[in-house]
Write a protein that binds this ligand. Structure first.
Ligand SMILES: Cc1ncc(COP(=O)(O)O)c(C=O)c1O
Length: 474
């Protein structure tokens, strides 16, 4: 950025992001006073709001009463609120200050390696104590649950990112935390379990004998490896059965995307410091929370006519946005949650064992579904080898080893930069590096030694799972 541009923006915002010794800026950092005071609620501005969740028996919209056994009132209110700005409680902001504002980097070394005229920026959420964006909502959810006198939270986790985020948040607010962890990860990836236990959580391999849902799955298949959908069923059942316990979900729901908008709100200020505005904003997509967190504050500009592309990136082995159907479906495998209208591969679909465990989810956030249907959000899918190739290129230029989930966004950012090179045109690319991959080294080992496989898109399994949801439609 030119000195003039720097001074202009610093003057306007009152912020300074000092240039490095080389005279160029690599990191755009904000002071703690710039941690957002409000979350941005995209429901206020969307041309059409997502269809409401339905009760599976009556097929009528679920009211707050149906949700109070597992969620605190404040979160139920946020789920349906259409207020544009929702205040971040001071206690939550204080905890955010342990790692927020997160840095925005200009990936100059990656740009040079690619020989691209594009400018690549990434917002790095891996600096949180749990190593991803997930604590942005975990802390808020623990706060509102404690406000309501809840003593314990139950949740699910795949590879362990969300479970560690909630374990940390529960510790900060003096809540007990029980995490149902997908069995295959529990056995193969002990380090996340150890992290959760170190923060004081109880971690149970799922499916388990602890719940009716787990027992039912184990009766059918005693060797079940588990899935996110099964673990959600167990955690919901646990919470619904105890008055002192609520359930907490790490993605998909409106209030989760809302809490994650701190990412995009900070990024907008940081892009202004850099004197640029993105042509394309990219995030990986599991349930939609890190993508939405970065992209929705930019979608606000798109609604008022600004040109900005929004690109969600998913695995080719679990491609809900690019190959799924938009339909009402359960959020879990056993069928305990309300029906959500979303892109889905069918709630009984068990995705292949790709290393991006956080992207192995059959559904999507209803907000993201609506924006994809209206052509406001684009979606793209990649096989995992292509994803790891980009991750390694990123690690070898920028230094950070991305989480396999985040590496999907890296792949897309690299491809956008290569397209700009082919076209000989400038392009400003912003992506979310949603987490680091320090607990995913086995995946890097497999890739480095040629053992990482691509999976065919499991068309027959998806067809079967989609056929099973036909009777759920209103
Ligand atoms: C690092 C990281 N990025 C992305 C995701 C995907 O979730 P979401 O789509 O909600 O951001 C996960 C989920 O666990 C994750 O751990």
């Amino acid at each position: 950025m030119s000195k003039e541009a720097h001074d202009r923006h610093a003057g306007r915002t009152g912020l300074h992001s000092p240039e490095g010794g080389s005279g160029v800026t690599t990191k755009y950092v904000l002071p703690e006073a710039e941690i957002p005071t409000h979350w941005y609620n995209v429901l206020a501005d969307m041309p059409h709001r997502p269809a409401p969740p339905l009760h599976p028996a009556t097929k009528q919209p679920v009211g707050p009463d149906a949700l109070t056994p597992i969620f605190p009132l404040a979160l139920i209110e946020q789920e349906v609120s259409t207020e544009r700005w929702i205040p971040v409680p001071e206690e939550v902001r204080e905890i955010y200050s342990l790692w927020r504002p997160t840095p925005l980097y200009r990936a100059r070394r990656l740009e040079a390696a690619l020989g691209t005229p594009a400018h690549i920026y990434y917002k790095y959420e891996g600096v949180s104590p749990a190593g991803s964006h997930k604590p942005n909502t975990a802390v808020a959810q623990a706060y509102y649950n404690r406000q309501q006198g809840i003593r314990r939270l139950a949740t699910e986790t795949g590879a362990g990112q969300w479970g560690s985020a909630l374990s940390l948040a529960c510790r900060f607010f003096g809540l007990e935390c029980t995490v149902y962890m997908v069995r295959v990860s529990y056995e193969q990836k002990p380090y996340r379990r150890i992290m959760m236990e170190s923060w004081g959580a109880e971690v149970i391999p799922s499916p388990s004998e602890r719940t009716e849902a787990g027992r039912r799955i184990l009766a059918e298949d005693p060797d079940s490896l588990g899935s996110l959908g099964i673990a959600i069923s167990e955690a919901v059942e646990d919470a619904a059965g105890r008055a002192d316990t609520n359930y907490s979900l790490g993605s998909v729901l409106n209030h989760v995307l809302l809490h994650q908008t701190v990412i995009g709100l900070e990024a907008k200020k940081q892009m202004a410091l850099a004197g640029e505005y993105p042509d394309v904003v990219i995030g990986c997509h599991g349930g939609g929370s890190n993508f939405g967190g970065l992209a929705l504050p930019f979608a606000a500009d798109r609604f008022t006519g600004r040109q900005v592309r929004l690109l969600a990136v998913e695995p080719a082995a679990c491609p809900s946005l690019t190959k799924g159907r938009v339909a009402y479906d359960f959020g879990d495998t056993v069928g305990m949650t309300p029906l959500l209208r979303m892109h889905t591969l069918g709630h009984t679909f068990a995705p292949p064992g790709i290393h991006a465990g956080g992207l192995r989810y059959h559904g999507a956030a209803p907000i993201i579904t609506q924006l994809v249907e209206e052509g406001i959000v684009e979606a793209r899918a990649y096989p995992q080898r292509a994803v790891f190739e980009a991750a390694l290129q990123f690690a070898r230029t920028e230094g950070i080893l991305p989480a396999p989930e985040s590496a999907h966004a890296v792949r897309a950012a690299v491809d956008e930069a290569l397209e700009a090179r082919e076209a000989g045109e400038p392009r400003v690319i912003l992506f979310n590096l949603s987490g680091h991959g320090h607990f995913d080294l086995a995946a890097y080992d497999a890739f480095n030694h040629g053992r990482l496989e691509d999976y065919e898109y499991p068309a027959a399994a998806v067809d079967r799972a989609l056929a099973a949801i036909a009777p759920l439609q209103p």
